[in-house]
Design a protein around this ligand. Sequence first.
Ligand code: ZN
Length: 77
Amino acid sequence: MPLQKTPQNPKKKRIPKCPICEKPLPYDLNDPNPPPYFPFCSERCRLVDLHKWLAEEYYLSSPMRAPDNRPAKPSSE
Ligand SMILES: [Zn+2]
């Protein structure tokens, strides 16, 4: 069984990362004036997360699709 070296220091300050792209955040969490895209690294990631939620909600709130309502066309544009 190989020894796994995991130098995790519990006292070490955790670097806050963007939950979307996992880049280190370009600002301090203790910043009294966090950017509008907090807690993401950028406005782009904030929107990505927002769209993710909206898409999920839309999907969950439409349990049944009427098959005869609109014929589903294959996405060939
Ligand atoms: Zn990001």
